[in-house]
Design a binder for this molecule. Structure first.
Ligand SMILES: CC(C)(COP(=O)(O)OP(=O)(O)OC[C@H]1O[C@@H](n2cnc3c(N)ncnc32)[C@H](O)[C@@H]1OP(=O)(O)O)[C@@H](O)C(=O)NCCC(=O)NCCS
Length: 255
């Protein structure tokens, strides 16, 4: 570790618009509470969503000394697998159909159904209106169809019917595919569709000549981690999402 990072807040326009707050994001490897406080004042941030390695948990309380109530909102775990050695054997029980650009609404609709009961870091923060959290997943899924070859989505089909979806991102320079947002419809769960979907995804990415696949989730998502581990993915990293409700923008006057 080489000292504290520069604290650069990135505005998150979609989250700001969705929640009616000035929402910013920032990834750091250590917590420099004074620098974070300065950045919050400079940007007049209402909420800062900070990602920090989980081992830094002892430093979160330094934010309180700067006058901020920090919420440790979730723990993310990151897994990956090398693809060059070959993907696991395909499971023909599902197929992946690429979603067309015109199918954004269907993808958004499916994301709503799949993530309706899903708990994420947004739920830990009372400033984020519950009803709008699901809008975020729907919008996020559909946006994967708008960024050319850098991202995309599949519908997961079983016996001709869509049972789930899978959005991904590709970094062609580093040869890495990232699983971003995916899941299986409630009525089709617990029958191996997710496992078959992941196998098919690994086969697709290996076939594209990519060298690695990575994916992350909340630590409480046991079902997917069981699947990842059994298909050879390995745990690489854990980080915490920390929310700082600073209310330095106009939102302070509205609430
Ligand atoms: C998590 C999810 C993808 C699982 O889909 P699924 O098709 O039911 O999963 P599968 O039937 O292929 O089972 C995969 C593994 O998860 C386990 N599993 C499935 N549902 C589970 C549950 N509710 N609790 C615990 N384990 C579960 C299965 O037992 C299996 O593990 P095993 O082979 O070691 O027994 C699905 O419930 C879902 O879409 N959830 C909401 C969205 C989500 O979590 N998306 C992933 C974000 S990274």
């Amino acid at each position: 570790m080489t000292g504290a990072d520069a604290v650069v807040l990135r505005e998150s326009p979609l989250e700001s618009a969705r929640f009616g707050l000035r929402v910013f994001r920032c990834d750091v490897s250590t917590i420099d509470a004074a620098a974070i406080a300065d950045a919050i004042e400079r940007e007049r941030a209402d909420v800062l969503i900070l990602r920090v390695p989980a081992r830094e948990i002892g430093a979160v309380r330094a934010l309180a000394a700067s006058g901020f109530a920090a919420i440790v909102a979730d723990t993310l775990v990151y897994y990956d697998i090398e693809l060059l050695a070959g993907a696991p054997e395909r499971d023909a029980s599902v197929t992946l159909r690429p979603a067309a650009i015109a199918e954004g609404a269907q993808l958004a609709h499916m994301a709503r159904e799949v993530f309706a009961g899903y708990v994420s870091h947004y739920h830990a923060n009372p400033l984020f209106e519950r009803a709008r959290i699901l809008d975020g997943y729907a919008e996020w899924a559909a946006r994967h169809l708008e960024q050319g070859s850098a991202s995309g989505a599949w519908f997961v089909e079983r016996e001709g019917a869509a049972v789930g979806f899978s959005c991904y991102r590709i970094d062609a320079v580093s040869g890495v595919a990232t699983g971003v947002l995916n899941g299986i419809l409630p009525a089709a769960r617990e029958r191996g569709a997710y496992r078959a979907m992941l196998r098919a995804m690994l086969g697709e990415f290996a076939g594209m000549g990519l060298r690695r696949f990575d994916i992350s989730t909340q630590v409480h998502n046991i079902a997917v981690q069981r699947t990842w581990a059994s298909l050879g993915l390995r745990l690489r990293h854990a980080s915490n999402t920390v929310h700082i409700n600073a209310l330095r923008g106009n939102a302070a006057n509205r609430r």
